[in-house]
Design a protein around this ligand. Structure first.
Ligand code: F6R
Length: 243
């Protein structure tokens, strides 16, 4: 594991964007795993800026998002489909057929999970996976207690996750109760993982990931200790509990 300590959110976003664009410039790299939430918004902004500056084309890149809320249509303003269009896809030249997210309105969510797993298998592998981290240590929407052997599945969101995400909705009651998320085993199969964290509300989760010896399903992110190519880019506040 490599930990890059940066000053603040702005520097985290910039460092992460440069890391991604350098990696994507290698023609063997064409599948990027993406996250949503507050953390990567700055990175996406920088990625758009930097790709324009370098005239980098996303024509041959495929993206696979981590998760989507169950029950939200792709065109719902709160769906992760909409988030991704707003923050990234509408601003780069990636073909629509190359972007992938779980369908939160699939008639049979279990079949949708199988379809999504198959899609990742068809793409061969995720070359570089972007992750945020939940205050309770979740990655993707794999909440505490999720098996390390999990593949894409439907999960019930914990009250704390719904509360943390209520800021994107009109209130906690509007936050869906379930999501489809890529599983932990699926995440661990990515060739490289880049985890971003900013702010002191992430400091406990980062402490468990970086400092404690425990690898436990109670804190899903601790599994990442076992990944052979993990880079953490975090700001001072998020690393406040670590010397
Ligand atoms: C989002 C995701 C989640 C978030 C996590 C942190 O696709 O999978 O794991 O990365 O909930 O969210 P923020 O960045 O809003 O603090």
């Amino acid at each position: 594991m490599r930990v890059i300590k940066v000053e603040d959110y702005t520097e985290m976003s910039r460092r992460a964007a440069l890391h991604f664009i350098d990696k994507l410039s290698d023609e063997k790299v064409n599948v990027m795993g993406l996250a949503t939430g507050g953390t990567p918004q700055g990175m996406y902004k920088e990625l758009i800026k930097e790709s324009k500056k370098r005239r980098f084309s996303f024509k041959y890149i495929h993206t696979v998002n981590l998760d989507e809320y169950v029950g939200l249509r792709a065109d719902d303003p709160h769906s992760y489909h909409t988030y991704m269009r707003r923050h990234l896809f509408d601003h780069i030249d990636i073909p629509e057929r190359n972007v992938h997210l779980p369908d939160g309105t699939a008639g049979n969510p279990e079949t949708e999970c199988e379809r999504y797993e198959q899609l990742i298998r068809d793409l061969k592998k995720v070359n570089i996976q972007l992750l945020g981290i939940g205050e309770n240590g979740h990655i993707g929407f794999n909440e505490p207690g999720t098996s390390f052997n999990s593949r894409t599945h439907v999960i019930e969101l914990t009250p704390s996750t719904r509360e943390a995400n209520a800021r994107f909705f009109s209130g906690i009651e509007a936050v869906p109760t379930h999501a489809i998320t890529i599983g932990i085993e699926t995440i661990m199969e990515a060739e490289e993982i880049v985890l971003l964290a900013s702010g002191k509300n992430k400091s406990k989760a980062l402490y468990h990931l970086i400092c404690s010896n425990k690898v436990t399903e109670d804190i899903p992110a601790t599994v990442l200790k076992e990944h052979p190519n993990l880079t953490i880019i975090a700001d001072k506040e998020a690393l406040a509990l670590i010397d």
